[in-house]
Design a binder for this molecule. Sequence first.
Ligand code: GLC
Length: 662
Amino acid sequence: MHRILAALLLLLAPQLAADEVRIEKLLSEMTLQEKLGQLTMYAPDQPELKDALAKGLVGSVLNTAHVRQANELQSAQLAGSKHRIPILFAYDVLHGYRTIFPIPLAVASSFDPEAAETVGAVSAREAREDAIRWTFAPMVDIARDARWGRMAEGSGEDPYLAGRMAAAYVRGFQSNGLLACAKHFVAYGAAEGGRDYGHAEVTEATLRNVYLPPFRAAVDAGVGSLMSAFNTVGDVPATANRKLLQDVLRSEWGFQGLVVSDWAAVSELVQHGIAATPAEAARKAFDAGVDIDMWDGAFMTLPASARIDEAVRRVLRAKFAAGLFEEPLVREPVVVSTSYRDARHVARRSIVLLKNDGGLLPLSKSRKIALAGPLAESSRDMLGPWHAKGSRATSVRDGLHLAGVETVRPIDADVIVAVFGETHEQSGEAASRTSLALPPDQQRQLESLVELGKPVVLIVMSGRPLAISWAAEHVPSIVQAWFLGSEGGNAIADVLFGDVNPSGKLPVSVPRTAAQAPVYYAHFPTGRPAGHRFTNRYQDIPVGPLYPFGHGLSYTTFEYSDLRVEGDVVSATIRNSGTRAGDEIVQFYVRDVVASVSRPVKELKGFQRVSLRPDQSVRVEFPLTRRELEFWTNGAWVVEPGEFQVWIAPSSEGGLTTKVYR
Ligand code: GLC
């Protein structure tokens, strides 16, 4: 690999060197105002944009409506800029641009990094047709509190899974010409009470072992930018956090890319109470390490400093790398790209079968099937939050119809498919909620459907796990369908009728009630692990989540046997013990049983998808090396000798386990 990279660099070296020469020449000729313009990002509807364009002072623009608007703005900028420095156009392309894929939390359920890479690649191709060269994705915030609506945008509660998915998104976006942006740096998902824009009280060890690793994975994958978060980390706002933005990101990790603030997060340092004026806020954010100020124009007040050239250099490098100096304008495509087949493939893999008592699913199409619930007809909600320019989606009803199934009324049906959950407005940014239950009217409707005495299949559409405790007790089959995007209805029908055997696994724990949040599998053992009365538990609910991280059923069954530890390899045999072919996501967990500090009861350190025919077996192997054993404590990554416990399992609960000494 290194030889290939070296050869590539040699090939590119002349161009890179030439770009560097042009960048230094530009820096030597630009005025302070022109440089500060490069550090300023506008939205198209801002009144001050017109004047800034006329002076060639627009570095980047987010949220353009289409390529025509982008070309108009670009032409105005080039006409106003003495040095003809082009605009870099950005957009929130999280899970598709025109073709909408499942939300990232759903894609994480596939435990399939290739699926994430496909999302990135298709998104990049489509966004580029609209002159977009920079996306504010992947969102890599670890989220363990389902009251936080933005859980939908990330890859769940586990740092290892989130890191694998983050790296895959970065590869998918960037190898197809779209600059990626890992966000929101850092610990946004730890905001108190799951409230957006809030306060995150995290220790250095928790930052290092939980919230930073997915960002490190994105940086190691070559991500070209990061976005600073709204929240405070301890008592320092992330957007003015020099320790994180300089010491960790630049000095320790060697990150060379761009740091952009979140929307108005620079001027919000005044509200945070660490700056008296927007100008002081600008200095604090810039000195801490933010290179581009999104939307509030505060960086135009920055005083001259050596750091300015460093930031402008990063911006110009991104523009040269995007080829914008050579081709600032984009030819409008005659036919815009879409890729619904890819969307259906990813959606199929993102569906999690939570429960299937009596093998009710898959359904035969010949049965009399009723479809009920407020979300059954909704294609808009199927797109989920942050759906970019996506407008086309198949609802559950569309999916059943296209599968050739005409539904009947519940009263004359012999099975009822009920679609309940959240609307897309109840998910994403500014969607923190105190209740995770189904809305009261939906709960009542579900109970009345069950009272008809016919088998009910519950399909949950949501951007987070919902506290469906009643359904878990009274409904025989439950499918977690998230928001599956353009092909959601078709993918759900594919699973309902058995054209696809579901393989998804939960990337987050399902709470029994919002009051149980945050709930997650990699918790500390405490001095009194949950059990009898006088232990770490609640009096009024059973111990543990309703459904655990990593849980997901299939229409077949899998048998785990013969766990072995041989040298640095842990292995087991997985057999399809059921009657139909299926995929199983085999998971590998490790625990450091006794260490110098308390360590989680287990942590995911590997996963593999195996596809097995009935009665077929396969041996699955996982490495047990420093990488799987180390943790951060007291300023360093360490492996402490002693007793470890390992699992090869179908979820974060159960599976085969043994002790290992290292
Ligand atoms: C929003 C979000 C961020 C997004 C940005 C631009 O406030 O916090 O994730 O990328 O603004 O839309």
